[in-house]
Design a protein around this ligand. Sequence first.
Ligand SMILES: Cc1cc2nc3c(=O)[nH]c(=O)nc-3n(C[C@H](O)[C@H](O)[C@H](O)COP(=O)(O)OP(=O)(O)OC[C@H]3O[C@@H](n4cnc5c(N)ncnc54)[C@H](O)[C@@H]3O)c2cc1C
Length: 186
Amino acid sequence: MKTTVFTVQPGAFKSMEPETTATPGPVEIRLSTTESRNTKSLGIIRGEQKDTGLAEADVLVAAGRGIGSKENVALIEQLAALFPRSSVAGSRPVCDSGWLEYKKQVGLTGATVSPGLYVACGISGAMAHRVGMQGSGFIVAISTDPNAAIFNIADVCICEDLTTFIPLFMEECKRKKRGPLPEQSK
Ligand SMILES: Cc1cc2nc3c(=O)[nH]c(=O)nc-3n(C[C@H](O)[C@H](O)[C@H](O)COP(=O)(O)OP(=O)(O)OC[C@H]3O[C@@H](n4cnc5c(N)ncnc54)[C@H](O)[C@@H]3O)c2cc1C
């Protein structure tokens, strides 16, 4: 007897158009688990959350030269890991330096991306980078340079050292997840 395993990749299909007349609310869709003579449902196993590819990611956290060293790629990866369906991207100097693989490069000579959220960390926003990411739904930029060109297209501009801002931001996210401390909830 031959066994066939059928898997579905999340994001493989375009989402349906929203129904503007219906009352919004959660809709639960249950898959039929009816067993037939030839098929048997083995259930749904969610894949481990790993780095999604650039094209499939809903959120891209991109590292620029401003991250300063290869060691700080870990900081960018930790920030990306806060979001489901996320991936780490980079500007060309980051890939040229070997801090990230070339398949992660966004821009003129890299990939063109359009995630829902693009977080540019230590990226100046040179034209050759912008052409690859300006179609993103929402852009957050972190740079120490208040005149960085990336701020001209960003929805949220954070003029701060990323090695200070990102750990603080992640700590705040963890705190929010844990809920208020007992003395704060009084
Ligand atoms: C033919 C050609 C093709 C190219 N193709 C591409 C391409 O595909 N993709 C691409 O990205 N580039 C490409 N480039 C290169 C491009 O022109 C820029 O040089 C490059 O995008 C700059 O990368 P960057 O923003 O990471 O670095 P920089 O321009 O050096 O910017 C670094 C930024 O980080 C900030 N910063 C520094 N320290 C910190 C800190 N501690 N915290 C926060 N911010 C900090 C700085 O103020 C600055 O704004 C191409 C160039 C050419 C000529």
